[in-house]
Design a binder for this molecule. Structure first.
Ligand code: GLO
Ligand code: MG
Length: 343
């Protein structure tokens, strides 16, 4: 029995298109996806605002809430919760230069409109978390934005969200690059500092994605640990990544097994989930997968996470203490390798 509850987003079952080629798999309807999520063993679904209300830009504020309520009924039908809503601020013409940090005032207003609507949608779905993946909040041309002003604009946007709804929590999902070159909020440390600078630090935390930490040259387990030390790790996106290249969203643990083990270990040791947090698996199937393999990466990631949880629970802390006392870290390292490699 796992101590964790798991979540997934509809975008984690996708058609395989990338920047250089079209789709390789057929589109699967939303309801079919969530039915399978439940069957696979997930407890909650993550949403972009327009995953819940696809044509939201054409709807009034009350129509958006009505549409979101229909999605809530669908979740109830399959006994699934909603974990969070994330304003998808990277697809629109009005967010080409960023949303909250755009150089255009009109664009910044549009970004806030989407943020407020995301809060409305979250309320209709019965969740209190807004995730900000700040995809285009940064620069492609360094001199186009002041880093000081951009950071202040981000804090200002977060403050407006906090003021709009006194129960909502903001989770910053940090990523150093892609699609933006230089992000205004690249690491969990930046998220924690942004939280501290907001009008209500108790409602601003972080979501750490393994691949994003690796892209910043950082260790995901240490990033998780840092946010947990602040009491502000309210979400994770576990996945994997082969070094500092394009964002791969590979199945959890398939590239860096020991690093994956240490992510689970730090979560286990610090009772992650005790306040209802989920382990999100932000993984994507390889482009080469056929239609019938559309969910295998999710099944595999869940299985690997649970196997690593079992290993973490078996971790011999007495032996670790002995190795530490003797300063014999070669022995400790070998113990970890054997724990991972032997059944
Ligand atoms: C991309 C991000 C993305 C977010 C999602 C929710 O690199 O990981 O998948 O997690 O849009 O905010
Ligand atoms: Mg993510």
């Amino acid at each position: 029995m796992s101590q964790f509850k798991y979540s997934v987003g509809p975008w984690n079952v996708h058609e395989g298109a990338d920047a250089y080629g079209p789709a390789t798999r057929k589109t699967i309807p939303f309801e079919e996806k969530i039915k399978r999520f439940k069957e696979i063993g997930f407890d909650a679904v993550q949403f972009h605002d327009d995953d819940a209300v696809p044509n939201m830009n054409e709807l009034s504020e009350s129509e958006i809430i009505e549409e979101a309520k229909k999605v809530k009924a669908l979740l109830d039908k399959y006994d699934l919760k909603a974990e969070f809503v994330a304003p998808r601020l990277w697809m629109d013409q009005r967010t080409i230069d960023g949303g909250f940090t755009s150089n255009s005032e009109k664009d910044r207003e549009f970004a806030m409109w989407r943020a407020y609507r995301s809060i409305d949608i979250a309320n209709a779905l019965g969740c209190d978390k807004i995730v900000l993946w700040l995809a285009r909040e940064g620069t492609l041309c360094y001199e186009s934005k002041s880093p000081v002003q951009a950071t202040k604009r981000l804090i200002d946007a977060i403050n407006k969200m906090l003021a709009y709804d006194e129960n909502i929590k903001i989770l910053i999902e940090t990523k150093p690059n892609e699609p933006i070159d230089r992000s205004v909020c690249p690491t969990i440390g930046h998220a924690m500092a942004t939280s501290a600078a907001s009008i209500d630090p108790s409602r601003v935390g972080g979501l750490l994605e393994s691949a994003h930490a690796i892209l910043a040259g950082l260790d995901p387990a240490s990033e998780i640990g840092f946010a947990m030390a602040m009491g502000k790790l309210w979400g994770v996106h576990l996945n994997d990544q082969n070094g500092m290249k394009f964002d791969q969203d590979k199945s959890f643990g398939v590239e860096n097994l020991r690093q994956a083990f240490n992510q689970i270990k730090v979560l286990v040791e610090n009772d992650y989930g005790k306040n209802g947090e989920y382990i999100g698996l932000d993984v994507k199937a390889m482009r080469t997968q056929k239609d019938e393999g559309s969910y295998k990466h999710l099944e595999n990631s869940l299985k690997i996470a649970k196997m690593l949880e079992e290993k973490a629970l078996r971790f011999d802390y007495d032996y670790q203490a002995k190795c530490v006392a003797e300063r014999d870290y070669e022995a400790l390292e070998m113990y970890v390798m054997e724990l991972l490699m032997k059944g």
